[in-house]
Write a new protein. Structure first.
Length: 83
């Protein structure tokens, strides 16, 4: 982190300190997007949801179940549980 100014280092540190909250918000937004998306956008939204769940360290068995069922309400429920 020596290439960054102290101000930039502080911003980066706060981002990673709050990553859990950012991820939860992202899941909630993706739930809405999954309800509204169609076609290729829907496929991409599910991929982003899976990546976000992995980054939030959701148990792999739960990710697998959600990805098999592909029910946006499960994503919304998970976002509520995490929040």
């Amino acid at each position: 982190m020596t290439d960054y100014t102290p101000y930039q280092q502080n911003i980066i540190k706060r981002y990673y300190d709050n990553y859990g909250d950012i991820g939860k918000q992202r899941l909630a937004e993706l739930a809405t997007e999954l309800y509204l998306a169609e076609g290729k956008k829907l496929v991409n939204a599910w991929k982003r949801a899976e990546e976000t769940m992995r980054k939030l360290k959701v148990p792999e068995s739960r990710i697998k179940y959600i990805m098999e069922v592909k029910d946006p309400s499960l994503i919304a429920k998970l976002a509520n549980e995490l929040g």
